[in-house]
Design a protein around this ligand. Structure first.
Ligand code: ATP
Ligand code: MG
Length: 493
């Protein structure tokens, strides 16, 4: 950007700071200021026009440094733009595009894009048809997602939301897709931890981390999801499938509320401004599956919302639910019971994911959901202390096994074909009578063999291409024991 005098000569309009209320500043004397236009202060700070009033304009400032009344201000005729490009991969940047840290030497990209653009229209959109893999068994098998889907990740504090998302990013980057992780007003330490997690797993150079910390000015935090979306759009236009994670929009709503209250907007429900829905909906609209000059490409958007005390009917949560294509509910009660991930499959929804599934995956999906609900019902028998007959006992035992099967370690991601095979093997009772610890160990070995042994992988991939679940189960009667035997021999147990 140019400096204050250059802009002053260009626009020939000079304003003065009248009033300062944290991130919102009133400036008089800029009659031609437009909404979202950038203004510069003579002290070098800059801000964005937040609203235009008859006698003054409201400016949202992007610096922590106090701006004092009386300081001169000028317009720029520019809107806020951030640098976008492949140079950003492997870097941690702030919402204004400045680099914070990263693994590669810094090179600033030459292209810049405005951060707030209208969403692409209907002509450029395609329906969601490609399955999206998270690498998490419970989600991919029971609540499947599609590329271009917008899914809300909702749950109480500390229920494993971020851990789920970091693993999904891990899986997606390994599949060659680009990920953008936006940390909105998080603690610096948490962002550092996330950066280290990706660096350790060697995928940092396939993603961009965008971070604003709670120490940043409210104005900068407010920009975070928009910048993240703009960067995602760049990669989408390059023909890539992009995963965008917004962690989290509840905090974003709180910061937006703060700005609005400082700007003396009329407080609506829970003191949020009345345009909070519009603000978020306009952002979420920019995700989806598109047709670009370089082919079909998508932005899958996983948005986090924090619930309080398991209440899903909060204002921001229900708002976000209505502008996404479903939600995964992280249940704190399940978390306390030791379920990892603590996703409640009955309270979770996926509106477009199922249409991307093959017949086989649809069969499995149906089987799992109907079995889990049967298992839930049966569990109430235990509470009555009733005498259990053999079939109920068998169902409970299988249920236990399946619940254990869905428990996943903190850095474990499982490829979809292996998920299908492992579940089918479990379902066909190959491990009947075995301890869950033994099953876990063997599943681990199968995963290891899949990752390291090309022939083994090809075999599993071929089996997972069956056209129906029944057919697969029939084949597994012969193949299943052979797989277990091969793995046992390989790892010697
Ligand atoms: P916050 O509200 O702070 O954003 P969150 O919902 O994002 O929390 P996480 O930070 O992901 O939750 O996880 C909370 C804790 O649970 C962490 O200490 C994490 O190590 C643990 N945890 C989450 N998932 C697993 C897992 N699969 N296995 C073991 N531990 C887990
Ligand atoms: Mg979190």
């Amino acid at each position: 950007m140019k400096d204050f005098t250059a802009y002053l000569n260009e626009t020939e309009e000079i304003g003065f700071v009248e009033q300062v209320a944290d991130a919102i500043i009133h400036v008089s004397g800029l009659p031609k200021a437009k909404p979202d236009e950038i203004v510069v202060f003579e002290t070098g700070e800059f801000g964005q026009v937040f609203s235009v009033q008859p006698s003054y304009v409201e400016i949202l400032v992007f610096s922590k440094k106090q701006v004092k009344p009386g300081i001169r201000v000028t317009r720029t005729n520019e809107v806020l733009k951030v640098p976008v490009g492949y140079e950003l991969l492997g870097r941690v940047i702030d919402p204004l595009g400045k680099s914070i840290s990263g693994i590669k030497p810094l090179k600033t990209p030459s292209e810049k894009r405005p951060i707030d653009t209208p969403a692409a229209g209907i002509v450029k959109r395609r329906s969601v048809t490609k399955p999206f893999e998270t690498g998490i068994l419970l989600v991919d098998l029971a609540i499947p997602l599609g590329h271009g889907q917008r899914e809300l990740i909702v749950g109480d504090r500390k229920t494993g939301k971020t851990s789920f998302l970091t693993r999904t990013i891990l899986n997606q980057t390994r599949r060659g897709n680009i990920c953008v992780y936006a940390a909105i007003g998080k603690k610096k330490l948490d962002v550092k931890k996330i950066e280290e997690f990706f660096a350790q797993n060697g995928v940092l150079d396939k993603m961009v981390i965008l971070a604003s910390s709670s120490e940043d000015s409210t104005g900068v935090i407010y920009l975070t999801p928009y910048t993240a979306m703009t960067i995602s759009e760049y990669f989408r236009d390059e023909g890539k499938d992009v995963l965008l994670v917004l962690d989290d929009l509840s905090s974003h709503a709180r910061f937006y509320r703060e700005i609005s209250l400082l700007g003396k907007r009329f407080p609506g429900r829970n003191s949020y401004p009345s345009d909070i829905f519009y603000t978020h909906a306009r952002l979420m609209e920019r995700a989806g599956n598109f047709i670009t000059e370089k082919g079909e490409a998508s932005i899958t958007c996983l948005t986090v919302a924090e619930a309080t005390q398991g209440d899903l009917s909060g204002y921001i949560e229900t708002n976000l639910m209505s502008m996404t294509d479903g939600h995964l509910y992280f249940d704190k009660d399940l978390f306390y019971l030791g379920r990892r991930p603590a996703i409640n499959p009955f309270l979770s929804v996926t509106r477009v994911g199922r249409q991307t599934q093959t017949q086989l995956r649809r069969d499995i999906n149906r089987e799992i959901m109907s079995f889990l609900s049967l298992y839930e019902k049966m569990q109430s028998f235990i509470h009555f202390g009733a005498e259990l007959n053999e079939s109920v006992k068998a169902t409970l035992a299988t249920g236990e096994m399946i619940i254990h099967f869905f428990n996943q370690a903190i850095n474990e991601v499982v490829p979809i074909n292996l998920q299908i095979m492992a579940f089918s093997m479990l379902w066909s009772n190959l491990w009947r009578g075995h301890d869950t610890a033994v099953i876990r160990k063997q599943l681990h070995q199968i995963l290891e063999a899949y990752n390291s042994d090309k022939k083994f992988r090809e075999k599993i991939d071929k089996l997972a291409e069956s056209d129906s679940f029944n057919k697969l189960l029939r084949v597994l009667k012969v193949e299943g024991p052979q797989i277990i035997k091969a793995v046992s021999q390989k790892y010697g147990n």
